[in-house]
Design a protein around this ligand. Structure first.
Ligand SMILES: Nc1nc2c(ncn2[C@@H]2O[C@H](COP(=O)(O)OP(=O)(O)O)[C@@H](O)[C@H]2O)c(=O)[nH]1
Ligand SMILES: [Mg+2]
Length: 459
């Protein structure tokens, strides 16, 4: 028997509405102790999902707020347990008193994520949907919101489940043939097995391929700003951030360490990294900074290579654009300090490096910043309606899906190497187990259930 948990579900700041939430067998009884409807009987005798207006009381029974209350009973609730919600005014002091009253009425403080954990344990949400709840809360862009909402709606669960079901069919068939030789079940065809494995492998490849974009969508795009000292990197960094985060001076070599901040640009979250200028230097500290900026470039998914548009294009600039081009990452060539030179930048002054875009801008006046925004938006377009939600977005998901893929591939190889179906099926079961981890379901029960369900064995 589980206990009853309670928590303030909204931020503890003065606000329009604050919500006290409960889940567990004692939810309605606890609410009865702290909430008195203005009309009608106590909440424990009310219908599910109706809003009731009444008084919220502290542990001594004194009225501390007028609020709305609703109950949803097991199993048709978010957690799958009896739940209740008190929609109060957003007063941190009143909410604290209300929560203390709920504790006095038998509830205990919920742990972080405990409501959603109970929803998972009670089978209301699979693991991917559980993760989507957290993703949605932390989403920073419209695209990330739609992705999380799609995953919350079960898009990834269905994708993983589709593959799982096909593999389960294979196993069920195999076990049926093996375990019930007297039944009239079609024998196993190697060609059929091979085709089914290829289908699953293709789907898993497709799923794995979504991870890069899903991760960037969820975690943000690591974006290194590189260039020689005094090119205007830190000024651009601050302009994108909208505040003076990095130190700007006209002394070359001021930025010696990498500085990272999140910023939303063109509907894309950038993990913007300001780096030390790339140049050969004798200064030990600065050299360390240069090493770090090289590392930042290696870890980046987007590079902004900044050259000073008001000065000559130097050998150092050429080195920077060459490094950016050689990185294999999409890169944008930013020619800075447009306010000093006018908009006609001489791109031809430098070698062709396959930049995704060339932008002449002034971080000081803001000229051209919209072009940079458009370039970023074009490089990281939001997912299509149908893709949203069906992408791998976390390392956990990618790892599980990757293991499934490896196992299916091993199975396919074993089959073409002429190994017995037993060996192949062992790999298939491992793939199912990995997919089961992705969504949080179990394996053997499903396979067993399926044998009886689909093949009517033993009837
Ligand atoms: N006029 C003008 N000066 C700029 C602009 N961007 C940077 N600067 C100046 O160029 C110098 C070096 O800038 P900084 O951002 O520190 O360059 P970093 O070494 O590449 O980080 C500073 O004196 C800045 O004020 C710009 O858009 N317009
Ligand atoms: Mg700097």
């Amino acid at each position: 028997m589980t206990d009853t948990i309670a928590a303030v579900a909204t931020p503890m700041i003065p606000s329009a509405i604050g919500i006290l939430r409960l889940s567990g067998p004692g939810a309605a009884a606890a609410v009865d102790r702290v909430f008195t409807p203005f009309h009608g009987g106590p909440m424990s005798r009310r219908a599910d999902r109706t809003l009731v207006y009444g008084a919220l009381r502290d542990r001594e029974g004194r009225v501390i707020d007028h609020c709305l209350c609703t109950v949803s009973r097991a199993p048709r609730s978010y957690t799958g347990e009896d739940t209740a919600e008190l929609q109060c005014h957003g007063s941190p002091a009143a909410l604290t008193l209300g929560l203390e009253a709920l504790f006095a009425a038998g509830a205990r403080q919920a742990l972080p994520g405990e409501f959603t954990k109970r929803a998972f344990l009670n089978g209301r949400l699979d693991l991917t949907r559980t993760e989507a709840v957290a993703d949605l809360i932390h989403a920073e862009t419209p695209a990330a919101v739609r992705q999380a909402a799609g995953q919350l709606g079960g898009a990834l669960e269905r994708a993983a489940d589709g593959i799982y079901q096909e593999l389960a069919d294979l196993c069920a068939h195999f076990h049926a043939v093996l375990d019930y030789p007297d039944e009239d079940i079609e024998p196993f065809e190697a060609a059929e097995l091979s085709a089914a494995l290829d289908r699953a492998a293709d789907k898993l490849d497709g799923l794995a391929a979504t991870y890069r974009r899903g991760r960037l969508l969820n975690e943000g795009v690591p974006c290194a700003i590189v260039g020689r000292p005094n090119a205007g990197k830190s000024t651009l960094f601050n302009a994108l951030l909208g505040r003076e985060r990095a130190i700007v001076t006209d002394i070359p070599g001021t930025t010696r360490d990498t500085v990272e901040e999140r910023v939303s640009l063109g509907g894309v979250v950038l993990r913007l990294i300001d780096t030390a200028g790339l140049r050969d230097t004798e200064d030990a500290v600065e050299r360390l900074g240069v090493e770090r900026s090289r590392a930042a470039m290696e870890g980046a998914e987007l590079i902004l290579a900044v050259t000073d548009g008001s000065a000559d294009f130097t050998a150092e600039d050429a080195k920077v654009t060459r490094l950016a081009a050689a990185s294999g990452r999409p890169w944008v060539w930013v020619m800075s300090k447009q306010d000093l030179t006018g908009p006609c930048a001489l791109w031809s002054a430098a070698p062709e490096g396959g930049a995704a875009a060339c932008v002449s801008l002034s971080a000081r006046t803001g000229y051209g910043m919209d072009k940079l925004e458009q370039a970023v938006a074009a490089l990281f377009p939001p997912p299509e309606e149908l893709e949203a939600g069906a992408m791998l977005t976390s390392a956990r998901q990618a790892e599980a899906a990757g293991r499934a893929r490896e196992a299916v591939r091993r199975g396919a190889e074993a089959l073409s190497a002429g190994l017995s179906p037993d060996a192949v099926v062992a790999d298939v079961e491992q793939a199912m187990s990995a997919l089961g981890e992705l969504t949080g379901r179990t394996v053997s029960e499903d396979v067993t259930a399926r044998i009886f369900e689909r093949f009517c064995v033993g009837k």
